[in-house]
Design a binder for this molecule. Sequence first.
Ligand code: RP5
Length: 194
Amino acid sequence: MTKKQTKSKQNKSSSRKSINENKFSESSRPPVSASSSLVAIIMGSQSDWDTMRNASETLNQFGVAHECRVISAHRSPSLASEFASSAEERGFEVIIGAAGGAAHLAGVLAAHSTLPVLGVPMRSEALNGLDSLLATVQMPGGIPVATLAIGKPGAVNAALFAVAILANNRPDLREKLHRFREAQEAKIRATVLQ
Ligand code: RP5
């Protein structure tokens, strides 16, 4: 390659770079601020918090930094897409999406992110959570949501699943999971019925 050709290649690549940089600094995309949290617990309504606090408490037991937020797939669709689209860039590694009724939140978050998305169906008043379960679990092939149980067990398990994912490259967390299972088993072994 001649000097002229090399120079023109460099110019092209630097102009491509500046186009990309400009694109990211344009107002069409809100500035992304880094998060120190590894897990995002997103729920469709404040009314889901009583259940989802169990996920937060479980992550606290393992010392996993996380963020809890209300974002509705239907009432704040732009916020749902903004959050999920920037989650990876902000440093999150797992997203937990909890919603009830026409529970599309986890699916919408998964549609905007390649991070693992764990869905927790809320126990609904009308159909006891069956509606939430089916709406969360029946994703079309190509956009996966790992769906947990309805309500509190699902919230706890979503957190444990998130820890298991994070533990793949964090031996300290893997060790904590082993100890958690041992303590759980010891409790069952020690149970004496009166
Ligand atoms: C869903 O609708 C929420 O996740 C919640 O479980 C359900 C009811 O929401 P609210 O009417 O209590 O706000 O979007």
